[in-house]
Design a protein around this ligand. Sequence first.
Ligand SMILES: C[S@@+](CC[C@H](N)C(=O)[O-])C[C@H]1O[C@@H](n2cnc3c(N)ncnc32)[C@H](O)[C@@H]1O
Length: 286
Amino acid sequence: MSGLSLPWSGPPFQPGTVWLVGAGPGDAGLLTLAALHALREADVILYDALVGADILQLARPDATLEPVGKRAGKPRPTQQAINDRLIERAREGLRVLRLKGGDPFTFGRGGEEALALADAGIPFRVVPGVTAGIGGLGLAGVPVTQRGMNSSVAFVTGHGSAGDVPGDLDWVALALGPQVLVFYMALRTIGTIAERLIAAGKPPMTPVAVASNASLPEQSVLITNLARAASDITRLNPGRPAIIAVGEVALIHNRLAAWQQVGPNGETLADGTGPTGPLRHLAPAL
Ligand SMILES: C[S@@+](CC[C@H](N)C(=O)[O-])C[C@H]1O[C@@H](n2cnc3c(N)ncnc32)[C@H](O)[C@@H]1O
């Protein structure tokens, strides 16, 4: 693969620089040409836990791979340690690829890394990626905006630094403001999120879509509503990672599922198949 030329010639990846690259939600087919170019040129790749083997195998065969995500039995390095490592490797004169799931600047701490590089005087480039909150939901048959349904959307993290829902969210503003709410990292906290949104005025029957492992063979979709989202998630146990959309757009999945192809042989969301294997198309709850 790395011997083939790309149908695009990107800027050279200069020694002593860092590229902050989004790898998309998981499937290698959702990498950008710029991300593939970076994978082929990098000397060293610092990658997160959500970046899979299919993507890493596109790296230059002699590149050094450094995992910096959460791994079984090992704590994730601190953000400071990752920032320091990026700077250290760039100062060694290497082409440093920082590869992150989704988009690097969307709940990916890419902004912190960019600031650290800028402060250290290290030249860097940003390569945006397909974020789970847009592309991942799209793969699950949930358009994040739909004319006539919503003219606004908010992206929210369901996981604050203390592990629970973030303390700085304005629940009334969220409940009554944006017509669609997209929650990252919220599978564990969805019960609290739902309670707070309902208490702040969001109707309990507001549709909810939970898209798990979007783009991967284990992809699954659960359509439920705010009042029962937490109990359905406990009962049906959709996989991680999962992205959660709250709003009318969640129901569009039901109309698209019979025709939206997700499998290699044209299998649709409704067939219960994923890109290369079974899709757990969990029981619709509405
Ligand atoms: C630390 S955030 C990183 C987000 C990433 N930077 C992005 O733009 O998608 C991790 C969260 O992203 C979401 N996520 C990432 N990949 C996903 C996937 N393939 N399917 C569903 N959700 C995903 C989940 O909410 C997960 O908890």
